[in-house]
Write a protein that binds this ligand. Structure first.
Ligand code: NAD
Length: 342
């Protein structure tokens, strides 16, 4: 097995720069040797800040670089499926930011390519799985501290954007549920060991960004999912948080409940609640909140390649998450309950 995995990153925007810094400086066994972006200023940034010399205007040129072992995609969501397939066809391992894709058909296409190129690793960027607080929540749950889990509530709240980013970003994002709640859906699948969804309903509004109407998106929404074994989950997402970014999880079992990151509670700690919860008003943005998780996620990708682990089980979970996200969008747009045919 290779000891150094040579990586080429595609997309050097908001999250791409964050990943590029980590890959260049903080991941054992990784070497960031190439980058690609159609934006000249982003390529210049990678050259100046990180000393990358192989900088390509398009992904095809990066894929043709024989020294690149693995491709790291931090590109608009609408491109994910197509780019994952191209990278696999070029013989590369692939990391791709969430979500896997925007439709079930696109997911199938990626899974078919992954089957064909069966020795290559594919990982989707659900970094909460590497966050120590979420890991601790899962440990407590597995340990039986909560009893039988029957209720989850997840919230992903973005600080208010005054620069128009959310409106510009929306047309390629898949909408609020596939963009934001997809992390929480993945967490729910993780916490429930892959429970199958039974039905979904959803409601949403445009409270602060009328421009989202152009792509029929909303800025505040809640979806309710009934999972098998009577597990009820709610997913709240919003771009309108006055107190800043919030990523929170509440689990309720027959013996105890657990809360993480709720309403500005200390973000890196888990509090198991049997009486009153304690709160503080400390809030950071999501890059800061998940700084460690992003590094651990990158390390896990590199380690998986080094050890020959293709992470196929995780790819199937990413497909399951997209399926639920698509159903949420359908429930919202058509104002109907979507039942799953399991
Ligand atoms: N894990 C997380 O918490 C998290 C957070 C933010 C974004 N994301 C995901 O990361 C992805 C990128 O989001 P972002 O906020 O960085 O967006 P962004 O718009 O800031 O960056 C997108 C990048 O892709 C490049 N790009 C555009 N078209 C391209 C093409 N055809 N080929 C190659 N590169 C192209 C752009 O130049 C830019 O560098 C999205 O899928 C998003 O869902 C994940």
């Amino acid at each position: 097995m290779k000891t150094t995995i040579k990586i080429g990153i595609v997309g050097l925007g908001r999250i791409g720069k964050n990943h590029a810094r980590n890959l260049a400086q903080r991941v054992r066994g990784a070497e960031l040797i190439a980058g690609s972006s159609p934006v000249a200023a982003e390529r210049e940034w990678a050259g100046k800040e990180l000393g990358i010399t192989r900088l390509y205007e398009n992904m095809e040129s990066l894929l043709a670089d024989k020294d690149v072992d693995a491709v790291w995609l931090a590109t608009p969501t609408s491109l994910h499926a197509e780019q994952i397939v191209s990278a696999l066809e070029a013989g590369k391992h692939v990391f791709c930011e969430k979500p896997l894709a925007l439709t079930e058909a696109e997911c199938e296409r990626v899974l078919a390519a992954a089957d064909k190129y069966a020795s290559q690793t594919v990982m989707i960027g659900f970094m909460r799985r590497y966050d120590p607080a979420y890991v601790e929540a899962k440990r407590l749950l597995n340990n039986g501290d909560l009893g039988r889990l029957f209720r989850l509530h997840c919230a992903s709240l973005d600080a208010i954007d005054t620069n128009g980013f959310f409106v510009d970003f929306a047309p390629t994002s898949g909408g609020l549920f596939l963009d934001c709640s997809i992390h929480d859906i993945d967490v729910a699948l993780w916490m429930t060991d892959g429970a199958k969804p039974v039905s979904v309903s959803a409601t949403g509004i445009r409270a602060m960004y009328p421009g989202l109407a152009a792509c029929n998106d909303v800025d505040t929404a809640t979806a309710t999912v009934l999972f098998e074994n009577d597990i009820l989950a709610t997913f709240h997402a919003s771009r309108t948080s006055h107190h800043g970014d919030e990523t929170s999880l509440q689990l309720v079992g027959t013996d105890a409940s657990l809360a993480l990151g709720v309403g500005g509670t200390p973000v890196s700690e888990v509090s198991v609640q049997k009486g009153n919860a304690n709160h503080s008003d400390r809030v950071v943005d999501f890059f800061g909140r998940f700084e460690q998780a992003f590094v651990l996620e990158a390390q896990a990708f590199v380690d998986a390649i080094s050890s020959g682990d293709t992470l196929r089980g995780r790819l199937l979970e990413a497909q399951a998450a997209t399926r639920i996200g698509v159903a949420m969008r359908e429930a919202l747009e058509q104002q109907k309950i979507v039942n799953f045919d399991n």
